[in-house]
Design a protein around this ligand. Structure first.
Ligand code: SF4
Ligand code: SF4
Length: 187
């Protein structure tokens, strides 16, 4: 066996082990298509949901991490609900997003992970979403300073956005979550 095949085999198994550890059995898929047929955002995907599951079964981690689909998935769970084999497809998308961030894969939809990071930072700091801080963080990171400005002003005018953050009383649980988050995916 040559070196390149040997290396790709290792990646394949490591990736599948991660899925197995999360109880995501991609090998149970028999490509019935129910997941793809029910997905509300499938028209925006570059890989259909059933393709994601099949590529995962083949251990094609790099193809998956480079796809738009993993970032555009809305985590609505419709696919998992429709799957006759109870495959946790939304959890699979989650694992792929997490891996993409950890491996610093250039995201095919860069503004989505930027928003995720801004949201998580808000949770980490306040224990809940502080919308104004989240928006400012997102704007600065994405460089999209003026987008959705009109909508933001309308929300502010209707009292939907508070300038003052509200923190949870006990943030020790939040700190605990962030301190151990995702360790099982580390390479
Ligand atoms: S619904 Fe389940 S079994 Fe059918 S294609 Fe999708 S993942 Fe595979
Ligand atoms: S969880 Fe994602 S892939 Fe599944 S149906 Fe919803 S948007 Fe589509």
């Amino acid at each position: 066996m040559n070196q390149s095949i040997d290396t790709s085999e290792k990646i394949h198994h490591k990736f599948l082990d991660k899925l197995q550890a999360r109880g995501i059995d991609v090998h149970a898929c028999f490509q019935c298509g129910r997941c793809s047929a029910g997905c509300p955002v499938t028209g925006f995907f570059d890989l259909t949901t059933m393709e994601v599951v099949r590529l995962a079964a083949y251990g094609r981690e790099e193809d998956l991490l480079a796809s738009k689909t993993i970032w555009l998935c809305a985590a609505c769970e419709t696919c998992a609900t429709r799957c006759p084999n109870d495959i946790e497809i939304a959890a699979l998308m989650d694992v792929l997003r997490e891996l993409a961030l950890r491996k610093k894969t250039v995201p095919a939809e860069p503004r989505v992970p930027v928003f995720h990071q801004s949201f998580l930072q808000s949770i980490r700091h306040w224990g809940r979403a502080y919308e104004v801080g989240l928006i400012v963080g997102y704007k600065l990171r994405s460089g999209d300073l003026l987008g959705d400005m009109k909508l933001g002003l309308q929300m502010f005018g209707k009292g939907k956005l508070s300038l003052r953050p509200h923190s949870v009383k006990d943030k020790t649980v939040i700190e605990k979550i962030f301190s151990g988050q995702g360790k099982e995916y580390e390479r």
